[in-house]
Write a new protein. Structure first.
Length: 703
């Protein structure tokens, strides 16, 4: 019976295995290609003879500004000849030889949404000798939550949000140091994956790190031809479109000990084409025998993202999932997975302050994919992202969860209050905002509960009674909620459809497509249409894949690709008249469409005569929807010309300082024209509902 020593917490654990077990050890599972004898020389040769683009000396010179982006501590090694260290040395030599001043070079750690790296970590893997040539302020972490440091672009060709680090747009050249290593997300790291995940924001990353991409049939087995990989490329190319010059990539294929097997430099597409064959040879392992029934893993406490990854249950689950993805072809379809891990609940809240709230949120859903409904709360909680939390503000996710739990168990509030008294604020030793404060909870002991009151588990039979609200009592269980005298909610497993909304408000529930898989969108549309066969049901914010799935599975659906919407069923007879006024053609996706709607396009304030020529059409409306991006001035002008009820829609159209529509939103909120109602950025649907209700009331009063 073979015995192996598995990584386990801070040490190892010995495990006896059956005779027919196959043991895979890093670096010993198969014969890897030999490492480069002279990685410094190979890197210098690659940079001086780039693939698909001119050499550095022909792209920059005296007075040029250069940004060098590099991966964080997750992979790549910190030895003397590590790729980041060697590549940075050669790049500094070549750039200064071309005439670029050292003071015009900035190093950006492409952390994406990982935690910020410390100065000591920079010195370890970049080399203290390299950093000594630069001022401390020239080496920074990418900050996905710094509004002044982020630029919002048009969506990618596949419909994903693109928000990128401002330095890339303002620098004359951006160089990417990357690692072409096997990765469960899109085949390999490096290439376009590096900027698309490391130098963007959560609003961009959620476009591909989401159920709509990860649950597609082409995601596994791991491939460079998946929709996920195509999303990375389309985001990266949109970033390049906004930059003075395309990325100059310096990627190395690494072995299991982070030694360079090959180094390639130049345009990203050319570098990917040259590096992937060698990376495939190094990464793919052929195992003897039939597919295995059981996957056994060792889980260290400190690896990859940092200390605590192997005991933080959220990160531990991600690590297990990645291992399953890597080994998919060597496993039976539904394998048993055993992970030897220390499950002591240590989240390492100093470096991962949001993960406890994420874990608590996970207990409130039926499936991990349902966590998309909590993404706004988790990704915008000011305790984790702002230098000083503003006041007043909306409750954070933990407080929302507390309120829900207190309804079923009043003792929960007392326990939470006791824990809050033990909380303390700490300042991290790293990061661009030295004044940033985050909340760290003290280590908790075992929770005590009142005898006879066990914590409710996730189950379809758990019931709770909620207080009376508005003269109605809500009772129910996990799969059904029945208002007194109303219709039940329909539980599809991934969504709970409100079938009573039409009776209460006059409008049936709408499918919000963003964050849902194409299958979930079509399923929800089909279910709603079955319950509202006499009028239309709508799905909004659909990506290209969801639109294609609706078109294929629901042939009666009417698609509006500009507005990214799909309608199933007949439109109701129009009551009242709504006029949509669009400032520019680019604002079209946020403009509403529907029964009894007239659309007036391209009448922005830059050509005021165009607007004045249609004032009679504005006066004839029962309600106006005014859509504008850029500086957002159009609603104020329209509101000063007519007294027709008006709802303003700010859009994300505009340049960098528009901050993704925030400039237009603030301008509309501060309008000097009274009586203007303002919805959130790009919320054309919400504006349409408001305008339709106003128009219906106006039409009814004329009868």
């Amino acid at each position: 019976m073979p015995a192996v020593s598995l990584e386990y917490g801070d040490g190892h654990v010995d495990v006896d295995l059956p005779e027919n077990s196959v043991v895979v050890r890093a670096g010993r599972a198969h014969h890897e290609p030999p490492p480069l004898a002279d990685p410094l020389g190979a890197t210098r040769d690659a940079i001086r003879a780039p693939l698909g683009c001119p050499p550095l000396g022909e792209q920059v010179g005296p007075g040029s500004t250069v940004t060098i982006a590099f991966p964080d501590r997750v992979k790549g090694g910190a030895h003397a000849t590590a790729h980041r260290r060697v590549a940075l040395r050669v790049l500094l030599e070549e750039l200064t030889h071309a005439g670029v001043a050292l003071g015009d070079i900035t190093l950006v750690c492409a952390i994406g949404l990982h935690r910020k790296n410390h100065r000591a970590e920079f010195e370890a893997y970049l080399g203290a000798e390299n950093l000594a040539r630069l001022r401390p302020g020239q080496v920074v972490n990418h900050d996905a939550e710094d509004p002044d440091g982020i630029v919002t672009l048009d969506d990618s060709s596949l419909g994903d949000v693109v928000q990128m680090n401002r330095r890339l747009v303002e620098s004359d050249l951006t160089v990417l140091i990357g690692h072409t290593a096997g990765n469960p997300y899109g085949g390999f790291s490096g290439g376009y994956k590096m900027p698309a995940t490391g130098l963007t924001t959560w609003r961009s990353i959620r476009g591909h790190h989401s159920p709509s991409s990860l649950y597609r049939e082409d995601f596994l087995p791991i491939s460079t031809h998946s929709h996920f990989r195509h999303q990375l490329a389309s985001i990266g190319k949109r970033m390049e479109w906004a930059m003075p010059r395309p990325f100059f990539a310096v990627d190395a294929v690494l072995d299991s000990e982070s030694r360079q097997l090959g180094v390639y430099a130049g345009a990203i597409s050319a570098v990917e084409g040259a590096a992937w064959p060698l990376a495939t040879e190094r990464t793919q392992v052929t195992l003897p025998g039939p597919p295995a029934d059981i996957l056994l893993l060792g889980m260290p406490r400190d690896f990859h993202y940092g200390p605590g990854m192997g005991s933080n249950p959220v990160l531990m689950m991600q690590a297990i999932g990645s291992s399953i993805a890597r080994a998919k072809n060597a496993l039976v379809p539904r394998p048993v997975v055993v992970a030897a891990a220390v499950c002591d609940g240590w989240f390492n809240e100093r470096e991962f302050p949001s993960y406890r709230a994420a874990y608590e949120g996970l207990q409130t859903v039926h499936h991990p994919s349902d966590m998309v409904r909590l993404e706004e709360e988790l990704c915008t909680d000011h305790e984790w992202i702002d230098p000083v939390p503003p006041a007043p503000r909306l409750p954070s996710l933990p407080r929302v969860l507390d309120a829900v739990r207190r309804r079923a168990d009043p003792h929960v509030g007392r326990r939470r209050l006791h824990r809050r008294r033990a909380q303390t604020r700490i300042r991290p030793r790293y990061g661009r905002h030295t004044g940033r404060v985050r909340r760290a909870r003290a280590r908790r002991g075992p929770r005590t509960r009142r005898p006879g009151r066990p914590r409710p588990r996730r189950t379809r039979t758990v019931q709770a009674r909620l207080p009376r609200v508005g003269g109605r009592t809500m009772t129910g269980n996990a799969h059904e909620a029945v208002p007194d005298g109303g219709a039940p909610a329909l539980d599809l497993g991934y969504a709970r459809l409100d079938l009573d909304r039409r009776r209460r408000t006059g409008d049936p529930e709408v499918v919000y497509g963003q964050g849902k898989t194409p299958e979930q969108v079509t399923g929800a549309l089909r279910a709603l249409a079955a319950h509202h066969a006499d009028r239309a049901v709508l799905a909004t914010r659909l990506d290209a894949a969801a639109l294609a799935r609706v078109e294929a599975e629901l042939p009666d659906a009417v698609l509006d690709r500009e507005a990214r919407c799909a309608r199933l069923g007949p439109l109701p007879e129009p009551h009242g008249r709504v006029v949509v006024v669009s400032a520019g053609t680019a604002d079209g996706p946020a403009a509403v469409h529907g029964a009894g709607v007239e659309v007036i396009r391209d009448v922005g304030v830059a050509g005021l005569h165009r607007l004045l020529a249609v004032t009679d059409r504005l006066e004839a409306a029962d309600a106006l929807v005014v859509v504008a991006g850029m500086e957002g001035a159009l609603p104020s002008v329209v509101g000063g010309l007519t007294g027709v009820p008006l709802v303003a829609v700010p859009t994300s159209t505009g340049y960098g300082s528009g901050a993704g529509g925030k400039a237009a939103l603030l301008a509309m909120l501060n309008s000097c024209a009274p009586g203007i109602v303002v919805v959130n950025v790009d919320n054309g649907y919400g504006a349409g509902v408001h305008a339709a209700r106003v128009a219906r009331r106006a039409a009814g009063s004329r009868r």
